[in-house]
Design a protein around this ligand. Sequence first.
Ligand code: ZN
Length: 272
Amino acid sequence: MTLRSGKLSCPSKYFLILIAIFFLGCAVTGPGGRKSLIFIGTDTEVNIGKSMDNSIRKDNRILSDTLWQKYISEIGQKIVSVCDRNDLQYHFAIVDSNIVNAFATPGGYLYFYSGLLRQMDNEAELAAVVAHEISHVVARHGIKRLQATIGVSLAGQIVFGKNPGVLEQVTNIGLGLTFAGYSRANENEADNLGIQYMTKAGYDPKATLTMFKKLALLSKDNPDFFEKLSMSHPDTQERIRRSETLIDSLQPLSSNLHLFHEKYGIMKSRLH
Ligand SMILES: [Zn+2]
């Protein structure tokens, strides 16, 4: 994809962009206080996410079941309450589709396909996917990749909001990147954070393993789902091994961790 170079030719505008980078940069990105250069601030990230959400809602059918909407939001908020990023609101939606998938956009917009919900057998398995997607937002994987793709000039234009057409351009690029999938390193980080968050939120993290195993079996027929992540056999096995090691490191686990099997069964029966 070729990007227009933009209209910011005046050196003083570039200077302003550099000043903005200086002030907005170095956002904290999760446990351990690791920092990285983020020059698209949270307000702009949320605007981009909102714009992507509008587009996603136009192109997909959102499940209208209010009980399911409430349920997925409750699961999400439980995990949000223990996660490392609370400078934005998280939004949870269910896409009414047989596709087995879930994804997150920058700015805290998260989507779960009813095809995925049907494959899960307890709330903790779904919480593992929810926690994984929240972790991509916490670690700012989407916005980092977007700013790396659009470059300083376009990012500067969207930060300063001078050109209304730029938001649409950046939205389209963001959507393309979202459906292209993340790097292996990003996936590993989201797996690790997700397991920690779901455990803190009171879910049994071992549900992550049953969830991965289930998706691995399904991927034999369809290797291109769950964020378009390649779920080929060795990769999935590696993810399961890494997750097992992390869960072992969290021992001893609290005896008050749950799967919520029955409650999930009732909700699952509402899906057609
Ligand atoms: Zn992921």
